[in-house]
Design a protein around this ligand. Structure first.
Ligand SMILES: NC(=O)c1ccc[n+]([C@@H]2O[C@H](COP(=O)([O-])OP(=O)(O)OC[C@H]3O[C@@H](n4cnc5c(N)ncnc54)[C@H](O)[C@@H]3O)[C@@H](O)[C@H]2O)c1
Length: 381
C-alpha cells in the first residue's frame, strides 16, 4: 500500500536495471533522499545483482537490498502488488509509452527516461494522461537540472539578455560500435533512434527552454558515417522558434568516446553565454554587455541552493528526484515536466521528417509521426 499520506518517504519502484539505472539507484539510495526502493523489475533475473555491482554497492549492503527488495520480471504484476508512489522507467525507449501509461494508470507518479516515446501521438497522450490524472511525469532531461541553468533560463525570460538572436547546441557524445552491439534495441529506428533522438533530445529541450520559445519549424540533414546501425550517427539541423530566434543543432556519436561534450550557446542583444560539459567538467562563460558574470551566477546558485546543488553535477538524477519529490508535495509541475517530454520528441521527429522529405517541417506536427517511419532511410549494406 502507498504510504505517502502517512510518511514523507516516497516508495520508488525501478523498472529496468541497465546502464542508466545505476544513476537512479544511487540517487534513490542516497542518504536523506526521502525515498526508498520498494521494488525492482527487469526481464533479466540477474539484472538487479549486476545493477548494484555497477553502482558500487557490494557486500552486506548489497545482500540486504537483494533480500529485502521484491524483484519482479513483469512490471504489470509489480504495479498491482506494490502500488509505488513513484515509478522510475529506465527501459529501452520503445517501451517508455506502454510502461509509463501503466504506471500512471496504477496511480503512480513517474520519473521517465528520455525520450518520452518514439511517436508524437504517444508523447501527447502521456502529457494528456498526466494532466487528467494529476500524476507527475518528470522527464530524465538532466541538463535542466544542472547548476546555474535555472537562473539563466529565468534571466533570459526576464529580458536580461535582451532580444535573442540565436542559440546553438552541440552534442558530441561518442560511442563505439560495441555500444550499439551491446543490446538489440540500440540504434534501431523503432526503439532508439540515433544521435538526435537518443543523445540530443534532452539537449535540444534545454536550448529551447533557455531560449524561451517553442519550435515552429525544423530542417535537418542526417548521415550514418562510422557505425553499423539503422539510425543516424551525425545530424545537423535547425529550428525556428515562435519568438523569431534561430537554433542550430549538431548531434553526433562519431566523436571520441573519451571526450564527451554537450555545449550550449545563446546570443542576445544585451548578453551571451556559452555553457556546457566536456569530459565531465562543466564550463561557463556568461557575459552581460561584455562583462563576465560567472562569479555572480555562481554565488547566486550557492546562496539559493547550497553547495550540495553544485556538487550534484556528478549525478543530476539526484536533482530530478529531489525536484519530483517537492513537486508532488507542492502539487506543481516538475522542472522537466510531461510537456517538455512531448515537445522535445516532436522537435526531433520534425527534424527527422525534414531530413526524410528534404523540406522544412512545420511544428507543432499536424499528423502523427514516429521514428519507425525512418526505417530504410539508410539502407543497411
Ligand atoms: N537521461 C540520461 O542522461 C540517459 C542516459 C542514458 C540512457 N537514457 C535512457 O534510458 C533508457 C535505458 O537506457 P540504458 O542505456 O540504460 O539501456 P539498457 O539496455 O542498458 O537497460 C535497459 C534495461 O531494461 C530491461 N528491460 C527491457 N525490457 C524490459 C521490460 N519489459 N521490463 C523490465 N525491464 C526491461 C533490460 O533487461 C535492461 O536491463 C533509454 O530510454 C535511454 O534513452 C537516459
Amino acid at each position: 500500500m502507498s504510504n505517502v499520506a502517512q510518511s514523507s518517504t516516497y516508495r520508488v519502484a525501478l523498472i529496468g536495471c541497465g546502464r542508466i539505472a545505476v544513476k537512479h539507484v544511487k540517487a534513490i539510495l542516497r542518504k536523506k533522499s526521502g525515498l526508498s526502493l520498494c521494488a525492482v523489475v527487469d526481464t533479466n533475473s540477474d539484472a538487479f545483482n549486476k545493477l548494484l555491482d555497477g553502482a558500487g554497492i557490494k557486500g552486506k549492503r548489497a545482500q540486504r537490498l537483494l533480500q529485502n527488495t521484491p524483484f519482479y520480471r513483469d512490471y504489470a504484476e509489480m504495479l498491482e502488488q506494490e502500488k509505488p508512489d513513484i515509478t522510475a522507467v529506465t527501459v529501452p525507449s520503445g517501451l517508455h509509452y506502454p510502461i509509463c501509461t501503466a504506471a500512471v494508470n496504477a496511480g503512480s507518479h513517474v520519473l521517465l527516461e528520455k525520450p518520452m516515446s518514439m511517436r508524437a501521438s504517444e508523447a501527447k497522450s502521456l502529457y494528456e494522461l498526466s494532466k487528467k490524472t494529476g500524476k507527475k511525469i518528470a522527464m530524465g532531461h538532466i541538463y535542466r537540472y544542472f547548476p546555474i541553468v535555472g537562473n539563466l533560463q529565468r534571466d533570459v525570460a526576464n529580458g536580461r539578455f535582451g532580444k535573442i538572436s540565436h542559440g546553438s547546441v552541440i552534442v558530441r557524445w561518442g560511442h563505439d560500435q560495441a555500444y550499439y552491439d551491446s543490446a538489440s534495441w540500440r540504434g534501431t529506428w523503432k526503439s532508439d533512434g540515433g544521435a538526435l533522438m537518443n543523445q540530443s533530445v534532452h539537449a535540444i529541450d534545454l536550448l529551447c527552454w533557455l531560449m524561451n520559445g517553442d519550435a515552429i519549424s525544423a530542417t535537418a540533414m542526417l548521415a550514418r558515417r562510422f557505425h553499423e546501425m539503422e539510425a543516424e550517427d551525425i545530424a545537423c539541423g535547425s529550428l525556428t522558434l515562435d519568438n523569431g530566434a534561430l537554433c542550430q543543432v549538431e548531434g553526433t556519436t562519431n566523436s571520441p568516446s573519451d571526450d564527451h561534450e554537450a555545449s550550449f550557446y545563446l546570443l542576445g542583444s544585451e548578453g551571451s553565454f556559452r555553457i556546457g560539459l566536456r569530459k565531465g567538467r562543466p564550463f561557463f562563460d556568461i557575459r552581460i554587455r561584455g562583462k563576465k558574470k560567472n562569479r555572480e551566477y555562481f554565488m547566486k546558485e550557492l546562496k539559493e541552493k547550497g553547495i550540495r546543488a553544485l556538487l550534484r553535477l556528478t549525478n543530476p538524477h539526484a536533482g530530478i528526484y529531489e525536484d519530483l519529490r517537492e513537486a508532488i508535495k507542492e502539487n506543481r509541475q516538475p522542472i522537466a515536466d510531461a510537456k517538455s517530454g512531448w515537445t522535445s520528441v516532436e522537435n526531433v521527429l520534425a527534424l527527422y521528417s525534414s531530413a526524410k522529405t528534404g523540406v522544412r517541417t512545420e511544428l507543432p506536427l499536424t499528423s502523427d509521426v514516429g521514428s519507425e517511419e525512418m526505417s530504410g532511410f539508410f539502407p543497411l549494406q
